[in-house]
Write a protein that binds this ligand. Structure first.
Ligand code: ZN
Length: 353
């Protein structure tokens, strides 16, 4: 088992200046850090990333990059704009902007690949694409980007099987809710749209993979092909791909709600079954917002993840684990976590509370 913690460059640069911070991380047996190196606002300085890399090297910690090229769904009051030429914000089935969620375009892939090369050149060996590399939000039905540009690209890609250009209205009938009674033609259009979106995510993973670095994707709670995530396809395209599983249940209320621990375990197990080699799988042991999952509930969450067989426990993120109690819990429970053997299977889910 390895412990990892996710943090921004500023958190680490500030942290190392505080007496005892490094020791606290070492006392927790932290193997390394996932460090945010690139986001949709392009606000992270590569010089800071280099500084962090040097510090972590000197202190004996591993470092993985984390990038957020697609942004993350936010509240309606969040400003919604894109910061890069050739990128665009997704539009939902009604044509409204999906705030802070970019569509995957060739320029977005080219820009993120450049960042991968930059990281590789400073000696970073792995990267995770985060929050979240997908084309749909949590729990929605089949999604994607329904802007005119993406609809034209879809119509062009599938022109051999389509009677003509596809409109948002035509797709709406097929994907607004779980479709019942669709005929064969409608089903194949629905499937083609899903494949179109999955192919974008898979293409992103393939084309941002550079020699000398492992590439990784986060798979959200219950994420699947409806959201553009086709794990089997991604593994074919990037055979040594890293995966993060889990998410959600990151505050006490959701973690303690009846049935949610089981839902968490079920999603993790279903994803792990498709991901293969467990040494490449990382957890999402998330506290969000600040302090919202108490140290005791975080401990219980890690126990569940260990019982699923996860070998890399990834704490998301250091900024929100804002009391020493978290680190004392991690220090005091490290041996106990390490000893836990895989126990849960999809067949024995009823053992989970
Ligand atoms: Zn679009």
């Amino acid at each position: 088992m390895k412990m990892w913690a996710c943090a921004g460059t500023k958190t680490i640069l500030d942290g190392v200046r505080k007496p005892g911070w490094i020791k606290m991380m070492k006392d927790c047996h932290m193997n390394g850090f996932l460090v945010t190196s690139f986001d949709v606002t392009n606000a992270i300085s590569i010089d800071d990333v280099v500084k962090v890399k040097h510090i972590l090297d000197e202190e004996g910690f591993d470092m993985i990059g984390i990038g957020l090229p697609l942004g993350h769904p936010e509240g309606l009051d969040t400003p919604c704009y894109t910061f890069h030429e050739g990128w665009h914000i997704r539009r939902d089935i009604e044509g409204n902007l999906v705030r802070w969620c970019n569509a995957i375009t060739p320029q977005l892939i080219a820009d993120t690949r450049n960042h991968m090369e930059e990281l590789r050149d400073i000696g970073i060996k792995a990267m995770f694409w985060d929050d979240d590399l997908r084309q749909g939000n949590y729990e929605g039905d089949v999604q994607g980007c329904f802007c005119d540009e993406c609809l034209s690209e879809f119509s062009e890609t599938y022109k051999a099987i389509l009677p003509g250009p596809v409109s948002r209205t035509a797709l709406k009938k097929l994907i607004a809710k779980v479709p019942v009674g669709l005929d064969e033609g409608q089903m194949s259009l629905r499937e083609a749209w899903m494949k179109f979106n999955c192919d974008r995510v898979t293409r992103f993973m393939k084309e941002t993979t550079v020699d000398g670095m492992q590439n990784g994707i986060m798979v959200m709670h219950r994420g699947d092909r409806r959201h553009g995530i086709d794990i089997a396809d991604i593994r074919r395209a990037v055979p040594d791909c890293l995966f993060r599983v889990g998410e959600l249940m990151f505050d006490d209320k959701s973690f303690e709600a009846p049935g949610n621990k089981r839902a968490l375990v079920e999603s993790v197990l279903r994803h792990m079954e498709q991901m293969g080699d467990i040494s490449r799988i990382y957890s999402e042991s998330t506290v969000y917002p600040h302090g919202a999952l108490t140290p005791e509930n975080l401990r219980q969450k890690i126990v569940l993840e260990r019982k699923c067989g996860i070998e890399n426990i990834n704490l998301m993120g250091v900024e929100r684990m804002n009391s020493v109690a978290y680190y004392e819990m991690l220090r005091d429970n490290y041996e106990c976590f390490a000893e836990i053997q895989k126990e849960f299977t999809l067949e024995t889910l009823d053992r989970v509370e």
